[in-house]
Write a new protein. Structure first.
Length: 89
């Protein structure tokens, strides 16, 4: 479900190796830097940003990640792999 885009607001970028991941993150940072205009301040207040983050943290994918991390022997990598394969509630 996650990979097919069935969850609104969740985007998955799957890279197979470390170099692809690093390249992707560098491109995203460069895009952000190109599009950033310091003369135009952000349109959200800090309260709105915190509210948005709280909402994102309550989404099923992040909740599954936290549930996996609470298990003994499950690290960040395994938890993320499980989240990518997670079929939903």
């Amino acid at each position: 479900q996650l990979e097919r885009g069935e969850w609104e607001g969740v985007n998955v970028v799957c890279t197979r190796n470390k170099r692809d991941t690093i390249s992707y993150l560098i491109r995203m940072l460069e895009t952000f830097q190109r599009n950033f205009d310091p003369r135009r301040p952000p349109t959200k207040t800090m309260r709105e940003v915190k509210s948005h983050i709280d909402g994102q943290m309550k989404m099923p994918t992040f909740q599954e990640y936290l549930r996996q991390r609470r298990k003994s022997g499950i690290g960040v990598v395994k938890a993320m792999k499980v989240c990518l394969l997670y079929s939903g509630p």
